[in-house]
Design a protein around this ligand. Structure first.
Ligand SMILES: NC(=O)c1ccc[n+]([C@@H]2O[C@H](COP(=O)([O-])OP(=O)(O)OC[C@H]3O[C@@H](n4cnc5c(N)ncnc54)[C@H](OP(=O)(O)O)[C@@H]3O)[C@@H](O)[C@H]2O)c1
Length: 498
């Protein structure tokens, strides 16, 4: 029997030769191995069409984890658990070999017939794989059977429902782990802790005390080698908003769950997403901004990127104002923005509280008291600051802004588990709180489809632009200025490393 924390499992990885597997999954599994969560009672079957031998596959695994340890014996011991089977997922006969190898490895490694099927492949194959897992009897009777899938979960509501229905033919919803790697990030997982374990936040977490909320996911990189895919698959709205931003939003707006388990947390997120105000095409025009980056000095514009179609109107930037129509949040705007080729890479949340009703601290040098702002830095810095007002030190009675800080130091950063490591372990533990439920996915598509169709039907308005490397288009700033707000920056709140 495995020791307490060790997991017994056979992982079948579809797409074992691919980029995700090599860059993220093998390193994540190795980290779990080093920490003892995976040890003797696990095996991995990597499959893809390429004709690789076990020996060659293990070499690839060794290369993926090369920088993670100097201990060659440890790395070899880890990769000896990896087996390769050349397999075309569309070929029914080939599942028989997979079944035989799986049974053999179940016995050899005493995996207790626990199986995880990880689909690191294009989503068009998900339906056929899960159907074959059922019809070709790859699911076990005694252990657990869990499915991990990667985004995108459809490209609109209709395709998401179709995909979810296909998966449901073989797996119960509780067995399906839809990965959104943002949910594996340290500070995203910290949102619940900040909200629900501090007496001074949860009582203020509502429309009586919160003035507005800002969520920014900005990227410094352009579309790069993904340009062709990005251009046809739907731009920033689909790449970042439908998944990562909506997941962060739902954690911020949900009600406290009864317990922090998958069922309760996901039910609260579903309820929260149901409260989002649906937008008409006119509302979309008022409340959403899309834009494209243009050439600036040595940085290419989007239209010059290799693989982008001529005159493409695909957005590389989105800003939006969302309203949550429930008792807790009525009237509070939630501003979101994301974009490529912006001035810096930064994922950050600002909760701006209301200002005090009476200002007792007027002075010639300071007229307004700034509102308190709770800032959660997700990446690249990880931590939080609570930006509050205090009296300046000394003889002056003026008020100044000071942050209360909690930040992860560069030394501590090394010990923070990588998102895939954390999420794979959560799946092995059967904890699906940090994986998207089908209803979360479908509710977010329902909203996104309204924006997408309003934009697709509007072919005549000019598409706003912003210079590559800038802070985004003026229209993104105007969205907040109309409500008397502005995006927080290092001028108004504490920024680490400034
Ligand atoms: N890469 C990332 O960082 C990343 C991040 C987030 C999400 N994702 C998602 O993860 C999935 C995989 O992405 P990826 O970047 O790893 O893609 P990739 O590098 O193109 O890998 C695709 C894999 O599928 C295999 N494959 C293709 N057709 C097959 C078939 N008919 N039968 C069996 N195997 C087949 C390929 O191997 P053969 O050619 O040898 O068959 C390869 O191993 C996608 O859904 C992607 O959207 C990726």
């Amino acid at each position: 029997m495995p020791a307490t924390q060790e997991k017994a499992v056979l992982i079948t990885l579809f797409g074992g030769t691919g980029d995700l597997a090599q860059r993220k999954l093998y390193p994540a599994l190795f980290r779990l191995f080093k920490k003892g969560y995976l040890r003797q009672h696990f095996a991995v079957i990597g499959t893809a069409r390429r004709e690789w031998s076990d020996a060659y596959y293990r070499e690839i695994v060794m290369q993926s984890i090369a920088s993670l340890s100097d201990d060659e014996t440890e790395k070899e011991e880890f990769s000896s658990h990896f087996y390769y089977l050349s397999h075309n997922v569309q070929n029914t006969q080939e599942y028989q070999q997979l079944k035989e190898l799986a049974s053999e490895l179940d016995k050899k490694y005493q995996t207790q017939q626990n199986r995880v099927f990880y689909l690191a492949m294009a989503p068009q194959f998900f339906g056929t794989i899960t159907e074959h897992l059922k019809t070709q009897h790859l699911l076990t009777e005694q252990g657990f059977n869990r499915l991990i899938i990667e985004k995108p979960f459809g490209h609109n509501l209709e395709s998401a429902i179709e995909l979810n229905d296909q998966l449901a033919q073989t797996f119960e919803e509780t067995q399906i782990y839809r990965i959104d790697h943002y949910l594996g990030k340290e500070m995203v997982q910290n949102i619940n802790a900040i909200r629900f374990s501090n007496i001074f936040f949860e009582p203020l977490w509502n429309n009586k005390f919160v003035d507005n909320v800002q969520i920014t996911l900005s990227e410094e990189v352009g579309v790069g080698t993904r340009a062709g895919y990005y251009d046809t698959s739907g731009g920033a709205l689909l790449d970042m908003v439908q998944n990562h931003i909506f997941q962060i939003l739902s954690l911020l707006i949900m009600e406290p769950p009864v317990q922090m388990d998958g069922n309760d947390v996901r039910q609260e997120k579903i309820k929260a997403l149901r409260s989002l105000r649906a937008y008409s095409p006119e509302d979309v025009k008022q409340n959403f901004v899309r834009a494209q980056y243009t050439q600036s000095e040595e940085l290419l514009g989007y239209l010059q990127e290799d693989g982008v179609v001529e005159h493409s109107r695909t957005e590389t930037y989105v800003a939006g104002k969302l309203m949550v129509d429930n008792f807790r949040w009525a009237g509070v705007p939630f501003y979101i923005r994301t974009g490529k080729r912006l001035a810096n890479k930064n994922t950050v949340i600002h909760i701006q509280f209301r200002s005090v009703d009476v200002n007792l601290f007027h002075s010639p040098t300071q007229v307004d008291i700034l509102p308190d702002v709770l800032t959660i830095h997700i990446q690249p810095s990880q931590g939080m600051s609570f930006n509050i007002n205090v009296k300046q030190m000394g003889l002056s009675n003026d008020i100044e802004r000071k942050p209360l800080l909690h930040y992860v130091s560069p030394e501590q950063e090394k010990d923070i588990p990588e998102a895939y490591e954390r999420l794979i372990l959560e799946c092995l533990n059967g904890n699906n709180a940090n994986f998207a439920h089908r209803q979360e996915v479908e509710l977010s598509w329902k909203f996104i489809d309204l924006v997408r169709s309003a934009w697709d039907n509007d072919t005549s308005s000019d598409l706003p632009t912003y210079p590559a490397g800038s802070h985004g288009p003026k229209e993104g700033d105007d969205l907040l200025a109309r409500d008397g707000f502005s995006w927080h920056s290092c001028d108004t709140i504490y920024c680490p490393n400034e």
